[in-house]
Design a protein around this ligand. Structure first.
Ligand code: HEM
Ligand code: NAG
Ligand code: NAG
Ligand code: NAG
Length: 524
């Protein structure tokens, strides 16, 4: 105690004499001790049976900043140093990155008894999706819910969706893009087209017609819970949680009313996701409750909103830079329909078969997803220690594992000139298919067993996306309608935007300025 007092007195005396030197010395001592603490902690915790650990200099925080600023750069840098499996510390959590085809296969096909998605995602998704759906139920129930959802994504429903999507896009541009030429925020416009088309086709015309009466704001409230902050601070009583609870209650009552109205008119035929869910049952014969139907619909909108909006926007930005590919798409579609796509405001009718055969637009979307995959980190949580096949690594319980298929889909090892946007590389797309043709059915349809593929923008395994065909249909139909009526040019000052990694879904950095030029028939 005496010694401490003496030390404190001489410190105060030093401070009084030369405050600047003293403050600087204190700062240096503090930094040195924090860094040494971090380094000593890593030495003590080193375990040779685990994947290598990325060195960090600040305890607890770890590599959070470097990862958060640019996760792709971060992963590539440490992949070079440590290989396809390595762990980093992020705000007290230990995250094991698993990349390349070995990493993809490990994360997407890992045993559910040892590693789960629900333990990683539920704290983030429950405030957004609501209770009783997706990650708020046992995995076997999610598999059944995915089966129900798939029944609303049939070819019959896709046929009905195409004219609805064209109509929604036409209405949007007639209302908002009224000049012959203007600069717009493309991401904002596309996001609105996605929400209108998805709401109309999935939730049905009744709810779509209420979008202008505040439903869009309720979605937005839910959406604002979908940020990395809510993953990191799951224990904080953030105000957005209360707002989302309120928004959920309001949406529930809107859905409940629409469902009740439909039950009153059982003879009336609807073709949409709401109808499919109302007609579905769990294996035990029970139908999903109205509340769970509503929450599934909300989850679907959220799953498709930013992913499809980002993909459509990147596709259009790249097309704006490549007018030759736009011409190729128009020529191909024109010869398919037996009439030139000349511009003006009339958009020729197209069938489901036509959309399926839009090969150039197909390549455009596939290539866009390869280099601008909107989901760059997919997570699971280890609940029982798990061995990484073909390595000596065991990942302990409590760790998170992260897949990042964009790392392999932009690796020169698999794709020549990997960062370049070249849709024609998919001309013979069979070349990319996996050698292993075996399939597995987790309860919602058979799909490729292996995830040993470099290009998996829709994931693989039991959590694989079931919205892929819908997304392609929606994006192709929007692109078709817009390219029939407009040409696009990048804003000369902004050029091609960078990626913004601050949200869960990676978006182009806004404002995404882009110029549209109306195609008038007399110009042709
Ligand atoms: C371009 C658009 C889209 C992309 C890139 C995309 C990507 C993905 C990915 C990577 C996963 C796997 C997540 C994981 O393993 O953790 C996934 C799952 C899923 N997606 Fe999509 N998605 C898109 C559009 C949609 C749409 C439009 C819907 C709904 C109609 C949808 C519904 C779902 C559902 C229900 C799951 C399953 C979640 C699970 O089983 O854990 N997605 N999506
Ligand atoms: C899963 O966990 C159990 C219990 O800890 C363990 O015996 C088993 O080897 C693990 N499975 C894998 C694939 O690591
Ligand atoms: C990894 O091990 C599995 C069996 O556990 C085997 O089928 C597979 O070929 C191995 N992969 C590699 C790349 O060695
Ligand atoms: C891909 O197909 C398009 C349209 O048929 C053609 O213009 C292009 O040259 C092809 N590219 C390659 C690399 O084969």
């Amino acid at each position: 105690m005496r010694a401490f007092q003496a030390a404190w007195q001489s410190y105060m005396a030093f401070m009084a004499q030369s405050p600047v030197v003293c403050a600087a010395t204190t700062a240096v001592v503090l930094v040195v001790s924090i860094v040494s603490w971090a380094l000593i902690e890593q030495k003590i915790n080193y375990n040779p049976s685990e994947p290598p650990f990325v060195r960090y200099y600040v305890p607890f925080i770890g590599s959070m900043i470097e990862f958060g600023v640019h996760p792709i750069k971060f992963i590539r840098k440490y992949q070079k140093k440590h290989g396809n499996f390595f762990t980093f510390l992020m705000f007290g959590r230990r995250m094991t990155v698993c990349v390349d085809i070995d990493g993809n296969d490990f994360v997407f096909n890992v045993k559910h008894s040892n590693v789960t998605a629900e333990d990683a995602y539920n704290s983030l998704t429950k405030p957004v999706f609501g209770e009783g759906v997706v990650y708020d139920v046992p995995n076997s129930m999610l598999m059944e819910q995915k089966r129900m959802i798939k029944s609303g994504l049939s070819i019959e429903s896709f046929r009905a969706y195409i004219p609805i999507i064209i109509d929604e896009v036409n209405q949007y541009v007639d209302k908002h893009w009224t000049k012959d030429q203007d600069t717009i925020d493309l991401l904002q416009s596309i996001s609105e087209m996605i929400i209108m088309t998805a709401s109309h086709t999935l939730l049905g015309p009744e709810i779509r017609s209420k979008l202008y009466e505040g439903i869009a704001d309720l979605y937005h409230t839910l959406d604002s819970c979908f940020t990395p902050i809510h993953f990191l601070f799951e224990w904080l009583p953030l105000p957005s949680y209360y707002a989302s609870e309120k928004a959920h209650a309001e949406l529930d009552s809107i859905f409940a009313k629409v469902i009740a109205d439909r039950r009153k008119e059982p003879g009336e035929k609807h073709i949409d996701m709401l109808d499919a869910l109302m007609a579905s049952k769990y294996k035990n014969g029970e139908p999903p409750s109205d509340k769970h139907i509503g929450n599934m619909l909300i989850a679907l909108l959220m799953a498709g909103q930013h992913t499809s909006a980002a993909t459509t926007t990147w596709a259009l930005l790249n097309l704006a830079e490549n007018p030759a590919i736009v011409n190729e798409a128009r020529t191909e579609i024109g010869s398919m329909l037996g009439r030139e796509l000349k511009g003006g405001s009339s958009v020729p009718e197209i069938s489901y078969e036509n959309v399926k055969d839009f090969k150039t637009l197909d390549n455009v979307i596939r290539e866009t997803l390869r280099i601008r995959s909107p989901l760059v980190q997919l997570m699971r949580k280890v609940v029982k220690p798990v061995a990484v096949p073909n390595t000596s690594y065991v990942i302990p319980a409590g760790y998170y594992i992260i897949a990042s298929p964009i790392i392999s889909s932009t690796d020169e090892k698999y794709y020549k000139n990997a960062e370049a946007w070249v849709p024609s590389r998919w001309n013979n797309s069979d070349a990319d298919e996996q050698a292993d043709k075996s399939t597995t059915d987790y309860g919602f349809g058979a799909m490729s067993t292996s995830a040993r593929s470099p290009n998996l923008p829709f994931g693989a395994g039991r959590h694989r996306c079931i919205g892929e065909q819908f997304a392609y249909l929606q994006i192709k139909t929007i692109l078709y309608t817009l390219l029939t009526r407009f040409d696009f040019e990048l804003d000369p000052k902004r050029g091609m935007p960078e990626r913004n990694y601050q949200s869960m879904v990676v978006l182009p950095e806004g404002p995404v300025l882009c110029q549209y030029n109306r195609r008038t028939i007399k110009n042709q």
